[in-house]
Write a new protein. Structure first.
Length: 232
């Protein structure tokens, strides 16, 4: 059995472009930090945006891998938490929630039954592939709280506890860095030109995020093997 899932291997490949930006920034910092300060800052800001994007992509890919295995391995639907089914039809369910007229509500229910009736059962395997695009909808800006909630979509309620058990004394620092990364990324995306990080700062972010993702990959894979099916 592989040590990591395909989602983590894909992340490591994508992090190479973050490493490239960092190496360029570090080189300019060594040669002429004063003259190159604007270029260094731009490279570091770009690396932060990419790093946050790749963290988000990793979580989504890990979820997509679970969805694919649920269908191809014929996992019994009785193994899944009730909230999992909500995320299969949430676009229509949200519409129903925000609709007050009985006629419109009924039509939306008919739409859901027409599209997803065959998915809503707690017995037997899923009869067809599941939409990763719909399931992953509304997951973005991967702060730790959102990542925790994302894995709870599958019924993985002990994610935070399992993460802490593996990371031990580094647990809180790792979670804080994930949240800090997303916070800085959001400031950059919203045009905050005062946000500046050095190559060393960003390198620390990469180290923490890489360890966070490796630990998450390990925890989720272990939970899936015990509860659903193998994913690595």
């Amino acid at each position: 059995m592989a040590r990591y899932t395909a989602a983590y291997s894909s992340l490591i490949n994508r992090l190479s472009e973050v490493d490239l930006l960092l190496s360029l920034a570090a080189r300019q910092e060594r040669l002429n930090p004063i003259k190159s300060r604007h270029s260094i800052n731009a490279l570091c800001r770009g690396a932060i945006v990419l790093l946050s994007s790749h963290l988000e992509g990793f979580v989504k890919e890990l979820g997509e891998l679970i969805l694919e295995r649920l269908e191809t391995r014929g996992v019994p639907r009785s193994s899944l938490a009730p909230q999992f089914f909500f995320h299969l039809s949430k676009d229509i369910l949200y519409e129903i929630k925000n609709t007050s007229q009985p006629e419109f509500i009924a039509n939306k229910v008919f739409n859901m039954l027409s599209r997803d009736y065959d998915l809503w059962s707690q017995s037997g395997p899923f009869p067809r592939s599941l939409s990763a695009e719909l399931f992953n909808q509304d997951f973005s800006n991967p702060a730790f709280k959102k990542i925790k909630a994302y894995f709870n979509r599958f019924g993985y309620a002990d994610y935070q506890t399992d993460l802490a058990r593996i990371l031990t004394t580094n647990n809180q620092a790792t979670i804080n860095m994930v949240d800090h990364l997303v916070d800085v990324r959001n400031k950059i995306a919203h045009g905050d030109t005062s946000t500046a990080k050095t190559p060393a700062d960003v390198a620390a972010m990469v180290m923490f995020v890489r360890n966070f993702c490796a630990t998450t990959d390990r925890s989720v894979a272990r939970w899936c093997k015990t509860t659903l099916c193998t994913i690595r």
